[in-house]
Design a protein around this ligand. Sequence first.
Ligand code: AHR
Length: 512
Amino acid sequence: MKKIFLTLVLSITGYWTFAQNQVIINGDLGKTTINKHIYGHFAEHLGRCVYGGFYVGENNTKIPNKNGVRTDVIEALKKMKIPNLRWPGGCFADTYHWKDGIGPKKQRPSMVNAWWGGVTEDNSFGTHDFLDMCEQLGTEPYLAGNVGSGTVKELSDWVQYVNHEGVSPMANLRKENGRDKPWNVHFWGVGNEAWGCGGNMKAEYYANIYRQYATFMSDWSNTSKLFRIASGANSADFNWTEILMRDIPHNMLDGLALHHYSVIDWNKKGPAVNYDEDLYFKTMKQALLMDELIHKHATIMDKYDPKKKVALVVDEWGGWYEVEPGTNPGFLYQQNTMRDAMIAGTTLNIFHKYSDRVRMANLAQTINVLQAVILTNEEKMLLTPTYHVLEMYNVHQDATMLPVDVQSADYAFGNEKLPALSVSASRDKNGVTHISLVNIDPSKSQEISLNLRGMKASGVTGRILTSAKVQDHNTFESPDKVKPAAFKGASIKGDNLKVTLPPISVVVLELK
Ligand code: AHR
């Protein structure tokens, strides 16, 4: 009798959660491509991102490197598939004078890194070092030009230096410095956070300045036209987007940026590891806000650019917490837990949803800074939960987005609730469908019923990233505590896919 009762309760509970989590994958409605560039990264001269993270110097005999760039980092990032890398900032970009970072290293002048810790920047990692590193990584460079404290000529010269093939003052200088062929850099940022660290400008003023700078950034290359990106809005500053879309001629504008960090309170950011559920919930609320922000910025862009010529480029996103105790507050070094995996999985699903407009994005930042994919400590290196999400999700790069309808159970905390479930799907060039699912609820698993309409599938395999506690993370002592494993919680019957997602989990499925 007891057994019958238990079976009854379990099946009613199962039925109830299935009933709450209903997803439709529209296999025959795919129209837009998930641009691989939404999987971009960001390397600023900040703390130990460039120095110690990517670059350890040509004379380093302790840490294996090629031209000073860590071999372990190159291998890990290639495996993850890194489509583009933004450099040299961030706020640093508007203080950076690129000519200080070329030529013999011993003769390069030093400067003070005023934004990040006031440390000495010796310019030993400059334009050649970065662009050669991008070639090693097989990634496209995204150079951020100095508008805040630079000049039109300085940026115009930089474009000529890296992209001009024939005889010209800057191409000749590049050749003198040992590089014959141009790099043909496609992606260019015209300043950064012009509303803040990039010059505290008003939108109308920056729109004019942008027009001036963009005019003198010449297209030297026939093969790769410049893709000019305007410094975009801070989170919910919709007026900024409105003015820039209105005042900048669209033939001068390829991308408009947006920055949004999952930060609880800029004055009290909370710890990266020892946070409670209240802080976890608040962070996820900020992360999921990305959906509304993109929707609203994209709506303004639609008004001025209905054909969606101008891309929305979310070139800074991620979690931002207090630095690890005992580390330099100006270095923004933070640990990375399953909370960050939740931010990464849900944010990428949001980007997929808006793939018609969001065609580029950059996680802040790649190594040892903010929501990093890699942490290093001298010769040691570890992959964070965020790394694993990006590596699992790379199957979506350049695939066709399949629209999904998601009805989700709530993740309730206090008097508030968030959708527990986030889902996205795509079909790759070989016709293989992938579905990524996230359950942000830290204590409840989710039974999900997915209707696979407009497609045929007879089998399913998958990988999962999960851990017992949302605070779980990898350390140099225990670098594999959080890592992907084979997923056995999915089954297909006809056009119905049933999935059980454990609490705080990210799953990527492949349909057969
Ligand atoms: O990513 C850290 C900083 O955050 C960047 O330098 C700046 O653009 C933003 O405010």
